[in-house]
Design a protein around this ligand. Structure first.
Ligand code: ADP
Ligand code: MG
Length: 372
């Protein structure tokens, strides 16, 4: 019998999407093929402690109980550091078991948002020379930064909505000038967002000058860079991409948001938004979306997976690329896995493929010369 691959499933984390990550990880944990893999859950608490052998359900339960939360940061906490020559992460304290026969063959980071989806964790894993699922440092960072992402899309001719960006200090120094510029070039309504966040946190639609000023102040609380976009009256389409150098695009899905836009409440709270798979759109538009999704994936140097999100303008039928998500929601009923299921790749096999892609990329990277 072949030796089982040891998968380190990292989840939780220090972002606002902590709970969503726990839900994604619980689904993945339940569906990884135990004939092929040994799974080691590695939880990261909201304050950043790493807990070995702590499954998603246990973390959630512990965080919901006051007494247990206090013990979380001390009892099983480990700090992991890299040993590049041995291709492993080593617990500095605690985690005796992992220290003794410590190789994790592949890390599967199921973290959404900052300190997980943004390249920081990927940097740690790269330093330790451990193979990991998903995008590398650059792709993850670009996928988080709405400004840099859109700038790159423009350079390869991918359509993005008109936008402006400002640093927080510019806003604080000259708000009147900035408001005037936005009014003249984008008009109302417009969307105001922190550039590096997700889950619609800190995003507002501004309908007049008062709302605009307020929205910029809100976004500036979350990030030092703010992006303002022209509003598109649209349907929202999403496409799942899978692969490394030759990415494949799935069928196209549509999100029917239950609020005026797909805000945090519509995404996670009110349970009334709907996913339509496949989207009821003309074949030619679906083709175009899939083509752009794969092109966007290559433009940002992504690898493994990404969900690519689009606006389909109602009046013109023009397609605009909105953003990529390099670790999209991953419960069984999330858009990314459902799009692959509808494209003929069931959840468990999708997980197999992601692990395969992680190993492939790692092997390919080892081919690079590192000396003269
Ligand atoms: N320019 C825009 N025009 C119309 N709706 C938008 C625009 N930008 C964002 N939205 C709405 O806000 C939601 C969240 O914005 P998005 O840029 O996708 O941020 P996040 O990374 O938080 O998902 C979108 O799904 C859409 O409903
Ligand atoms: Mg989005």
């Amino acid at each position: 019998m072949q030796k089982k691959l040891r998968i380190g499933l990292v989840f939780g984390g220090r972002s606002g999407e902590h709970e969503i990550s726990i839900a994604s990880a619980a689904s993945i944990m339940a569906h990884l093929d135990r004939n092929r893999y040994e799974v080691i859950p590695i939880a990261i608490t909201k304050t950043g402690s790493w807990l070995l052998e702590m499954p998603p359900a246990a973390l959630l339960a512990a965080e919901q109980s006051v007494e247990q939360t206090a013990s979380l940061s001390t009892s099983t906490a480990v700090t992991l550091t890299g040993d590049p020559s041995l291709r492993r992460l080593i617990p500095v304290q605690g985690g005796a078991q992992l220290r003794e026969n410590g190789i994790v063959d592949v890390i599967f980071p199921v973290l959404h948002g900052t300190y997980g989806e943004d390249g920081t964790l990927q940097g740690l894993l790269a330093m330790a020379n451990v193979p990991y699922v998903g995008c590398d440092v650059l792709g993850s960072a670009l996928g988080m930064d709405k400004e840099k992402m859109k700038m790159l899309f423009k350079t390869v001719g991918l359509p993005v909505v008109d936008f402006l960006t400002y640093r927080r200090h510019e806003w604080e120094r000259s708000p009147e000038t900035i408001l005037n510029t936005i009014e003249q070039s984008l008009g109302y309504p417009c969307f105001v967002k922190p550039t590096n966040l997700g889950s619609s946190v800190g995003i507002n639609k501004a309908h007049d000058r008062t709302e605009l000023a307020h929205a910029i102040c809100v976004a500036a609380e979350y990030d030092r860079k703010i992006i303002i976009e022209r509003n598109i009256t649209c349907r929202e389409l999403e496409c799942a991409v899978l692969g490394n150098d030759e990415p494949l695009a799935s069928v196209v899905g549509e999100v029917l948001a239950s609020n005026e836009f797909y805000d945090y409440n519509a995404k996670y709270i009110n349970n009334q938004s709907q996913l339509i798979i496949p989207a009821d759109i003309p074949q030619a538009i679906a083709q175009e979306v899939r083509r752009q999704a794969a092109q966007a994936f290559l433009a940002l140097d992504l690898s493994g997976l990404a969900r690519v999100d689009f606006f389909l303008e109602k009046e013109t039928n023009n397609v605009y690329l909105n953003e990529v998500n390099t670790m999209p929601g991953f419960t069984r009923i999330s858009m990314y896995p459902k799009l692959w299921e509808a494209s003929g790749l069931p959840y468990t096999q999708l997980l197999d493929r992601l692990i395969e892609l992680a190993l492939e990329r790692h092997t390919d990277k080892q081919r690079n010369r590192t000396s003269l």
